[in-house]
Structures are given as C-alpha cells and as structure tokens.
Write a protein that binds this ligand. Structure first.
Ligand code: UN1
Length: 541
C-alpha cells in the first residue's frame, strides 16, 4: 500500500456540505433496519482464531427498550488464560512481521470499517443509546485512529533509527566513561513491543476507544486480549464486530482475541497474569487505580495506559459570546446524556451574566428532544443502565437537599422500557460532593465567580484533569487560562462543544492528574510510543 497521508473521515460533514443530508439519513435508517433484523443471535468468544463457547450466557439488551440484542458467552478466568496463551504464541511472528506490514493491515482495517460504517453506527445506537450523529462520529473516530497510527508508524519508520561513532586514533588499555577507541560503533535505537496487552474497554465509546487502544497495541507489534464492556453496561455486539472486521483486514489468528465476560474474572486475570505485559484501559478512576494497585502489590511490573475520567470545568467570562457558550456547554454536558469522560459537568460563570446564562441554558436544555435515539430528531436517548439512573436520582436528591435544582431532575416521559431522564442544571456549594465526583449522567453544576483567578482556582480544584473550556473575548484571560489550567485537553471559544469531541490528529485527548497516569494522549504523536520500550543495540566493528 502507498504511504499514508492522514485525513479525517468526517462522514456527516461531507454529506451535509455536499447537500446530501437526506442520503446520510437514509443510509443510517436502512442500516438500523438491517441491524435489528440480525439481533438475537448467539456469539462466541474468539481465542487464537477459534470460536469458543462458555458454560453460561450473557444476554445483551438495548437500553432503548430492553429488547434483546444478542446472546454472548460469559467467559471465565480460564478463557482469559487461554486467550493470553494464544496471544503469547502469536507474538513472535507478529513482532517480526515488520512495521510496513502492520501499517498496511490497519489501513486495510480502516477501509473495512469505512465500508461498514453505517452498519456499525446503527448497532452502536441500539447498544448504548447514542444518536445517529454521535454514532457515525464515533465510527469515524475509530477509522481515524487506525489511519493516524498507521501514518505515524510509517513516518517514524517503525520507530527505529541509527547512530554511529567513528573510531579514532587513540586507544586506552583500560576503559572508562568516555574512553577513546580505534574501532567504530554502529548503533540501532528502536522501540520494541512489550508483549501481550490486555485491552479493557468502556461502554460509552465501545467502537472508537476499543479500536484506538487495540490498534495502538497491535500496530506497535504487541498482541492483544480484548474485553468489551460486558457487565452492567453491555456493548458486546460492537466488540464482536470489531473482531470480525479486524480479521477480515488480515489480523492473524491469536494476535487479537476477544473475550466477553465479567471484569471480576476476565479483567482480573489480565491484570494478574504474569504473561500480560501491559494493560490499556479506559473507564472509571476507581477501577483503573484498583487495577494498578493490584498488579504492583503482586510485584508485577506492568505497563498501564489508562484514561480514568474527568470532572470537566468550563469558565464563562463577562466578555464571552453568550449564545455560543450556552450552546457549546449544553452539547458538552448533555450530549449522549453526559456519559462521556470528556463531558462538561461544572460551569463557572461571571456573576454579572449568570442569570442570563442560566436562563438561556435552560431554554437550550428544554429544546433537546429526549426519546428513541434511532429517530433523527432525538438528541438525548436513555441512560445506559439502572445503576446510572440510581446515580442520577441520588444526585438530584442531594442537590435538592443541599442546594437548588435550576432545571430538570426528573424522569422524562418516554413510553419505552428504558431509563430516560431530563438534562439537569443544579446549584450547590463548591465543597459539595456533586462538584467533585464524576457522575456520568446529564447533571451540570453552576457556580458564579467575581474574578477570573478565583474561577481558575475552582476549575482546578479537582482530582481530575481531562478536559476544560473557556469562553472569553479577552486575550489576557486566554493567556492566563493557558498558563494555569490543569487539564490535558483544553478548548477556548469552541462553538461546537465546550469540552467534548476531540478530533484525531488535530487535538490530543489526554488527561492530567487523576485522569491518567503518564500524561500522554490518544490521537497524538506520542500515543504509540507508550506501547513500546526503547532498546539501543551497539555493534563494534
Ligand atoms: C471518553 O468519554 O472516554 O473527545 C472519551 C471526546 C471523545 C472521547 C471521549 N473523542 O469527547
């Protein structure tokens, strides 16, 4: 394949800019019909290229109406062990396959995903309740990750370079640091894969984050055992589709293994198995730090590439373009029901415009249609699970008891068997737990501020540091914000969304503080290096 020059997929943008929005909708609607017709099938585990069945079955249901999406294997610790063995057996050949071959396979995979994008997007909407726009955007993001990482691997020549030292005229009888020699040295410095990676994926971006983490690991020469979200929030069908598409693209048997089953068994085995060299994980801070603690307590030195959530702030200054800020905050807080690590959950707005901001925000929130996300006009679908509903209800009760609910806080009237809730805006004291813990539901806290410094202090007063936004007309405030904000993915005056929707290759999606471990992001020039270790080999002639 020719060398890649990267460009983003941007499906919706291309349709709408060429006046073909109707075509976009028809492709999605037809794919939704096809997806539905396929639901209710039984799906195996994939270990070493073979289909494997377990003793028990997990039933995946759509959060939209509780209808059955499919039946999946309840993989056990033993299955995870077998998958690790298969990945270890496939490792030597895959490591030696050469970066060009691996880049070609993932470019081919990007093409397979692109060909199937509406089918996969439709499955995604049924599986986790995303709108068609969010779903197609997510599949695009997965395609972008594969193309971007392939292009990075090629541009860096597989992360291998050479240096050398010419022999001189002097030599010594006993060596020391910096001792001269008459002989020359040729040195290869390269990044090599760690080995077998466990890939533990979330329900909220089960296509793009799963593909991004898996492609990152495998294109770098590691082999992988992939666990889709399989417990309280299930996105196993898209996981199986990812397996099928990667296989079609030529990922060899054993290089990518797909195990559905509970985290307490599969995830735990991946974390504790000595043959697993690294874990790529996206999910909650409590699970992420728990895995790291467990591995290190057992004396296992594993590499962890983790993204562990956020409590993302937005500052609205007196000089902000208010309408833009309102629309961008509403999208960031309520898009996909706030079930994104990148969602905005805290707003700090200048006191002089607070009332106006809140009333415009309420107007905007009221305009969002809640219901079946398969319908074109619906902006907010169901929450992913009953647990998410409980989190929502308890947070609203706490807000009522300790502060004020400015808008929402109720179940939405939707006549389907799912958990539909209103976008919710609350006002509580800064020291409230609701301002500090990640809720992953559509609840936004609002606080006023008098001076910009104080707003920055409050924005930074969190254990997380994932995304952050600012709306201002003042250059001085932009500079101060850039200087002081403690977050990895930062947006100023962005009109589409205040904190969500990072674009591969354009932004880096990266957490600081408790949101990550090593402060390197995805969709970035520094992503692949995390899946490799450096080696320098010197040959003296
Ligand atoms: C997440 O929610 O785990 O920037 C990540 C965004 C997405 C990634 C979200 N590209 O909103």
């Amino acid at each position: 394949m020719p060398k890649s020059s990267f460009s983003n997929e941007f499906t919706y943008k291309h349709f709408v800019e060429s006046g073909k929005e109707d075509e976009f909708d028809k492709l999605f609607d037809d794919a939704a019909q096809r997806a539905k017709a396929q639901f209710g099938k039984k799906h195996p585990l994939y270990i070493g290229g073979k289909e494997v069945l377990a003793a028990e079955i997990l039933t995946e249901r759509s959060p939209i109406d509780g209808s059955v999406i499919g039946y999946f294997q309840k993989g056990t610790r033993e299955h995870a062990r077998q998958a690790v063995e298969a990945a270890a057996a496939a490792l030597p050949a895959w490591m030696e396959s050469g970066y060009k071959e691996r880049a070609d396979i993932f470019k081919k995979a990007a093409a397979v995903f692109s060909k199937n994008k509406f089918n996969l997007a439709a499955i995604l909407s049924y599986e986790n309740g995303k709108s068609r726009y969010e779903s197609v955007g997510e599949v695009d993001e997965a395609i972008d990750f594969m193309r971007y990482y392939a292009a990075e691997l090629e541009a860096n020549k597989g992360f291998s370079r050479r240096t050398s030292l010419q022999g001189g005229t002097a030599k010594v009888s006993a060596g020391f640091q910096g001792a001269p020699s008459a002989k020359s040295e040729k040195v290869t410095i390269r990044l090599r894969p760690f080995g077998v990676f466990g890939i533990i994926a979330p329900f909220n971006f089960p296509v793009s984050i799963s593909v991004g983490m898996s492609a990152g690991a495998m294109i770098a020469g590691n082999t992988a055992v992939f666990k889709p979200s399989s417990s309280d929030s299930m996105t196993m069908l898209s996981g199986v589709k990812i397996y099928e598409y990667l296989k079609e693209a030529g990922v060899p048997p054993g290089v990518f293994n797909c195990i559905t089953g509970p985290g307490s068994e599969i995830g735990d085995e991946l974390v504790t198995n000595t043959r697993v060299a690294g874990i790529a994980f996206t999910g909650s801070r409590i699970v992420g730090t728990g895995m790291i603690r467990k591995a290190y307590e057992l004396g296992l030195q594993k590499t962890f590439i983790v993204e562990m959530g956020g409590k993302n702030p937005v500052i609205i200054s007196k000089s902000a373009n208010l309408d833009e800020a309102v629309s961008a905050v509403a999208s960031a807080a309520f898009g996909f029901n706030g079930q994104k690590c990148s969602a905005c959950s805290r707003v700090y707005v200048h006191e002089s415009i607070k009332e106006q901001f809140v009333s415009k925000l309420i107007e905007k929130a009221r305009s969002f249609k809640i219901g079946n996300p398969i319908s074109k006009e619906v902006y907010m679908g169901p929450l992913i699970s009953e647990n998410a509903l409980r989190t929502y209800t308890e947070a609203v009760e706490k807000a009522k008891a300790t502060g004020r609910v400015l808008y929402g806080g109720n179940k939405a009237h939707v006549s389907m068997n799912g958990h539909y809730v209103e976008p919710t805006i609350i006002e509580v004291r800064h020291d409230s737990e609701l301002v500090h813990s990640e809720l992953f539901v559509p609840i936004l806290t609002i606080e006023g501020f008098k001076n910009f410094d104080e707003a920055l202090d409050m924005a930074n007063d969190t254990e997380y540091g994932l995304t952050a936004g600012l709306y201002t007309g003042k250059r001085k405030e932009i500079i101060e914000f850039m200087e002081r904000i403690e977050a990895g993915t930062v947006y100023v005056n962005r009109d589409t969304s205040a904190t969500t929707g990072a674009i591969v290759g354009l932004h880096t999606f990266v957490g600081w503080k408790g949101s990550s471990v090593n402060g390197k992001g995805s969709g970035s020039k520094l992503y692949l290096q995390q899946f490799m270790r450096e080696q320098s080999i010197s040959i003296t002639k």
